[in-house]
Structure formats: C-alpha cells, structure tokens
Design a protein around this ligand. Structure first.
Ligand SMILES: [Zn+2]
Length: 165
C-alpha cells in the first residue's frame, strides 16, 4: 500500500543556524513582481556550504527588491562580479518564448550561478518563526574601492524595524 501523508521531518518549523559568517552557494533567482507591480523581488536561492554536516544544504533566501538597488550590488560583488553598466547581472536571462514579457518566468543563466559568497547571517523573527537573514556580504571584486569609488557596501541590510540577534 502506498504511504499516505507527509514527511514528519518536514512538518517541523525550520531551525535557523546561529548568527555568524557563513559560506553560501548561489543556486538561482526566483523573480516575483511586487503586489503593487512597481518592483521585482529577485529572491536569490542560497544554501550553506563548507560547514558542519547539520548546517550544509540549509536554504537561505535573500529578497533583493529592485527598489533596494544597493543590495543587488552587494550580492553581485559577493560572488566576484561587478554589475553591468546597465545595472543588470553579468550573464543573460532566458525568457519563456511562450510568455516573453513575463519577468517571473525568465531564467537567469550566467557566471554567478554555483558560486559561493560569504555573508553574515542573523536570526530574525517573522510571523513567530525564527529565520536567517543576510546582514552583510563580503565583497570579492578585486580593487573594488578604486574601481567603483561611488559604491559603499552596506554593513547592515536588515530593516531598522526588524529585531534580530
Ligand atoms: Zn565591491
């Protein structure tokens, strides 16, 4: 008889990792247009790597809204790439031929995929659940300060309204 129901392990609330610096592998974007339709969340999918077995593979998400342009710079630089002059990521987007205007169906294909960044994670509480959020990302673009004198990387991307530890 087939087993019915769900995986009991998957019913537990996700447990965040302790706050601190982690290596995170970039797996892809899952773009979502905001409800007001005036911005896009890129929703970067990351996972912990090069850590203890119980932490490796744990998912970490970054919203990356287009209204927070500086967070996109920090994210791209963390993976070792400057943004292109037009503000897009290095690489290309493959649009769905059946729905080419749909940003949510576009797939990012580029050199950032599979690369690892270093980020400081903190523990925030959202809807009563604890989760990890990225506070800052280490820049991996060589000579960034001289190459990009107008860029200053953020040291705290957590919204001032959010409590964290
Ligand atoms: Zn940089």
């Amino acid at each position: 008889m087939p087993k019915m129901g769900v995986d009991p392990e998957a019913t537990k609330a996700p447990k965040p990792v302790p706050s601190g610096w982690y290596k995170l592998k970039f797996k892809g974007f899952k773009q979502k247009v905001s409800s007001k339709k005036d911005s896009v969340n890129y929703n970067a999918q990351l996972e912990i790597v090069e850590n203890k077995p119980e932490y490796n593979g744990k998912p970490v998400y970054m919203g990356l809204n287009t209204k927070m342009a500086r967070s996109h710079v920090d994210f791209s630089h963390g993976l070792g790439f400057s943004l292109k002059p037009d503000g897009d990521y290095e690489g290309q987007w493959i649009f769905d031929p059946a729905d080419p205007e749909n940003i949510e169906k576009a797939q990012y294909k580029g050199p950032l995929l599979g690369r690892v960044l270093e980020a400081e994670l903190v523990t925030t509480t959202y809807d009563g659940n604890e989760r990890n959020d990225v506070k800052q990302i280490r820049c991996m673009v060589p000579g960034c300060a001289t190459k990009h004198p107008d860029i200053k990387h953020m040291t705290n991307m957590i919204s001032s309204k959010t409590q964290y530890k």
